[in-house]
Design a protein around this ligand. Structure first.
Ligand SMILES: NCc1[nH]cc(CCC(=O)O)c1CC(=O)O
Length: 331
């Protein structure tokens, strides 16, 4: 009987967005997977998502939450991709039934950063002059800054990291500076452009849920992929990010919420979480914090829900309701 040659194993296809940042992130994951599976081959497949195509609509007006993920998830489900590398903060808190967040690798710096136009002398938010224009399309960022720096102005700034920086540096642009994520800048080699690292204790800025972390997504129930991706997971990053996502999931109810958060491991297994919800004009805000020992994902979920309940108690629901009512209708 003739022996049937075993077919060569097909490459593992890693999907991601087409931006330089997305490709750098996917290459990092590929390199780590290659070390675990030296005999498999890996292929990176890039896609343009809705969020990449529509660069003008303010993000919070787009009305869909999966604008960075939908096209990639479709190809994951159809089998054209085997895993997708996302920025965790771009992943909706509810995933399609057919997909699963398999793993969260070690988180990078979650803080936001201030980047000043090349040639201008300002080194921090507090030294920016009256009327300085901050480029950001994030209501989380503008609302928090309006709250503490009412003399600053805001202008939309969309596009990938390099495009945004070029727009700010353009001497003819209106921007004095911009706010971006530290992790995003550092990953594409632009960390040296950061003028100030922002956090609740410095600039009064809480970061986005999941910021600085990656989310590795796979088809639901793909046991082999799960076993592989699990080897890249980081326990503390995972529990902190799951708690943050639980907070957002509990509060959001259909809108993109101007909510900021910080999580910090204070003892070996105790997570401290604090969060703020701010009205779009910065005039109202609600803050709360919680702390608990966390052993597993379920406990992380519960802690996020507890923080959401405390925020509501502190007035967050009124702020969120007003935002939903005032939101401009989608065209
Ligand atoms: N919303 C865009 C986005 N999504 C993920 C990142 C960078 C990576 C990260 O912060 O996790 C960025 C850029 C930014 O917010 O400045």
């Amino acid at each position: 009987m003739a022996t049937v040659p075993t077919p060569p194993e097909t490459p593992i296809r890693i999907g991601t967005r087409r931006s330089n940042l997305a490709v750098v992130q996917a290459e990092g994951i590929r390199d780590r997977l290659q070390k675990i599976e030296p005999h498999r081959s890996f292929e990176i497949v890039t896609l343009r998502t809705l969020g990449d195509r529509d660069k003008t609509t303010a993000l919070y007006e787009m009305g869909v939450k999966n604008l960075w993920t939908f096209e990639l998830e479709e190809k994951l489900v159809s089998g054209e991709l085997d895993l997708v590398v996302h920025c965790l903060k771009d992943m909706p808190t509810a995933l399609p039934e057919t997909c699963e967040l398999a793993s969260i690798p070690p988180r990078d710096d979650p803080r936001d950063a201030l980047i000043v136009k090349a040639g201008l002398p300002y080194a921090s938010l507090s030294t920016l002059p009256d009327g300085a224009v901050i480029g950001t399309s994030s209501v989380r960022r503008s609302a928090q800054l309006r709250r503490l720096y009412p003399h600053l102005n805001f202008a939309n700034l969309r596009g990938n990291v390099e495009t945004r920086l070029a727009k700010v540096d353009d001497p003819n642009s209106e921007y004095t500076c911009m706010i971006m994520s530290t992790a995003g800048l550092q990953r594409v080699g632009l960390g040296h452009r950061i003028n100030q690292y922002l956090q609740s204790s410095n600039g009064g800025m809480y970061h986005a849920v999941g910021q600085g972390a990656l989310g590795l997504e796979m088809r639901k129930g793909d046991a082999q992929m799960h076993a592989l991706l699990n080897q890249l997971a980081d326990r503390r990053s995972t529990l902190a990010c799951l708690a943050e996502r639980s907070l957002l999931r509990t509060l959001e109810g259909g809108c993109s919420v101007p909510i900021g958060v910080e999580t910090e491991w204070v003892e070996t297994d105790t997570l401290h979480m604090r969060s703020i919800v701010v009205s779009l004009d910065g005039a109202q805000s609600a803050e709360a914090q919680v702390e608990a020992k966390l052993e597993n994902a379920e406990e992380a979920e519960v802690l996020g829900q507890e923080l959401a309940a405390k925020l509501v108690e502190a007035g967050a629901q009124t702020i969120l309701d007003a935002i939903i009512v005032n939101r401009p209708a989608k065209e």
